[in-house]
Design a protein around this ligand. Structure first.
Ligand code: ADP
Ligand code: MG
Length: 357
């Protein structure tokens, strides 16, 4: 439905925001662009929308090369982080604005605005101006405006980031449901890994203008292709410890560990898994897949209990060992005392090996 080929954007001054990027987004897909601030997410979205001209490469929408077409002829609707509502127009006129641009007659515009407003529970607010709406209501008006003209795709640039935490979770569920029902191809930019995992059918993790990995939420969570993806995905960062392979075992932070086979959670992961036959490696295991023992374990990382963080139904325990920190998530009530020694034991089958950096 949307594909980009060799997309490069170098801004005047030399910043390479996109670096020969390729991506294929399927019809009806909810696709997230995830990455840290400055990695090029907004530039990619704006280039798909036609608001930015690529230095090289092409954008294809619905089989048509649109690289040279202006935004108005691409038939996509963008929702901006700040919603970009018109302050002097009421909700009806804001929602109907794209239809006015398309010269749809006034009566039909208003009817469509009312229909979409009903869909998004905005009917009571149709006569108000944006200044008289809460952040969540403004966000829904921006969504309604995007929906109003039946675009082929929605392009969302961090549409939830101006909402407070509670509202953001509600809006996220609402958006997921809406996309399910409308079935319209959606590209969703976020720097929030939790949001991407919760919403998307597939995620492209971006790093410095490139795609580090594309996969389903399960694939990028369980089979991160690089240590960059591994450290970016997950509500607690993955433990990544340097080590070496030798004598058919891994020697990592004082522990002797079995060489992991293929971990569970998806076939399409790349780069991780088999570490080969010797040499330096990086050993990765999620805190959620790391257990704690208060008695010595040769297959565990020893350390002093340095921090206990309450996660609600569990506790994140940080062990400080000689030259390393390791984290483990333990069920509530099972945390060891601060200052005591414990061993963090990776669960068999849950470890990942990296050689890339
Ligand atoms: P993200 O949305 O992932 O935070 P952006 O796409 O906004 O990243 O920016 C990618 C890079 O391009 C950053 O280094 C940013 O400073 C730079 N950049 C973005 N827009 C411009 C611009 N108009 N002129 C120059 N540099 C820009
Ligand atoms: Mg951005």
């Amino acid at each position: 439905m949307i594909s980009v080929h060799g997309l490069t954007k170098v801004f005047p001054g030399g910043v390479r925001a996109l670096d020969s990027l390729d991506l294929e987004i399927g019809e009806g897909e909810f696709f997230a662009l995830l990455g840290p601030s400055g990695c090029g997410k907004t530039t990619l979205l704006r280039t798909i929308a036609g608001l930015e001209t690529p230095t090289s490469g092409s954008v294809v929408i619905g089989g048509t090369d649109v690289t040279a077409l202006p935004p108005g002829r691409r038939d996509v609707a963008m929702v901006f982080q700040d919603y970009a509502l018109f302050p002097h127009m009421d909700v009806t006129d804001n929602i109907a604005y794209p239809l006015r641009i398309r010269k749809v007659p006034r009566a039909r515009r208003r009817a469509r605005a009312a229909e979409v407003a009903d869909r998004l529970s905005l009917t009571e607010l149709l006569g108000r101006r944006p200044g008289q709406l809460s952040g969540g209501q403004q966000q829904r008006v921006a969504l309604a405006r995007a929906i109003a003209c039946h675009p082929r795709a929605f392009l969302f640039d961090e549409p939830l980031s101006n909402l407070d935490a509670r509202l953001r979770l509600e809006a996220r569920t609402f958006l997921k449901r809406l996309q399910d029902e409308l079935g319209v191809t959606t590209v969703f930019v976020t720097h929030d890994q939790g949001e991407a995992l919760a919403l998307a059918h597939r995620i492209a993790v971006m790093d410095a203008g490139r795609v580090a990995q594309v996969g389903t939420p399960a694939e990028v969570f369980h089979r991160p292709a690089t240590t960059f993806v591994a450290s970016f995905i997950g509500s607690t960062p993955m433990n990544l410890l340097p080590g070496r392979m030798g004598d058919g075992a891994l020697h990592v932070a004082g522990a002797v560990l079995p060489v992991p086979g293929d971990p569970p959670g998806g076939e399409a992961g790349r780069g991780a898994g088999d570490g080969g036959d010797g040499g330096e490696i990086v050993y990765g295991v999620r805190p959620e897949y790391t257990d704690l023992s208060t008695t010595r374990r040769d297959d565990g990382f020893a350390g002093e209990v340095a921090v206990l963080e309450n996660l609600g139904t569990a506790t994140l325990v940080t062990l400080e060992g000689p030259g390393h920190l390791v984290q483990a998530v333990v069920p509530e009530g099972r945390e060891p005392a601060l200052g005591t020694t414990a061993w963090a034991v990776p669960r068999p089958g849950r470890a990942l090996l990296y050689r890339d950096d």
